[in-house]
Design a protein around this ligand. Structure first.
Ligand SMILES: [Zn+2]
Length: 134
C-alpha cells in the first residue's frame, strides 16, 4: 500500500526538473527575473538532468547491448552496481565522451534530459556572464 502511494505522489516530483525550463525561458524573455535567480534555476536543471531525471540506464551489458532498465539521471545507471559506476566513470574519461554522448540520444527520455542539460548549461553560462559584467 505504502509503495503504491509513493508511486502516485512521485510522478510530479520525478519530473519537477522539467518545470524549471519554462521558468527559465520566461525569465530570459520577460527580463523580470534576476540573472542570479536564472543561474540557480539553470544549475538545478543541469543537476536534475544528470542525476535525477527518470531515464533509461543504457549502460553496456555483458552481451554488448544497452541496458533498458529504469535509472535516474543521465550519469547514473540502474540498480545494478556495475551499471551505476559505468557511466560515471565514462564521464571522467575524455576518450569515452563520444560513446557516453551517444547514449544520451538513444531514446526519447534520455534525449529530453540531454536537451534540458544543454539548455541549462547554456542558460547558466549566459547568466554567469551577465552577473560578471553587470
Ligand atoms: Zn543497467
Amino acid at each position: 500500500m505504502g509503495r503504491k502511494r509513493k508511486k502516485a505522489s512521485g510522478i510530479a516530483g520525478r519530473y519537477f526538473g522539467y518545470l524549471l525550463l519554462p521558468i527559465i525561458v520566461y525569465g530570459w524573455t520577460s527580463g523580470n527575473m534576476s540573472a542570479a535567480f536564472i543561474l540557480i534555476a539553470s544549475s538545478l536543471t543541469i543537476l536534475y538532468a544528470l542525476f535525477a531525471v527518470p531515464a533509461w540506464c543504457m549502460a553496456t551489458t555483458r552481451d554488448g547491448l544497452a541496458c533498458r532498465r529504469n535509472s535516474h539521471g543521465l550519469l547514473l545507471g540502474c540498480s545494478l552496481r556495475e551499471h551505476k559506476w559505468q557511466k560515471l566513470k565514462m564521464s571522467f574519461r575524455a576518450s569515452k565522451w563520444g560513446e557516453l554522448f551517444g547514449k544520451f540520444w538513444s531514446n526519447t527520455a534520455n534525449a529530453a534530459a540531454a536537451v534540458s542539460a544543454m539548455a541549462g548549461t547554456g542558460s547558466a553560462l549566459v547568466a554567469a556572464v551577465a552577473l560578471a559584467t553587470k
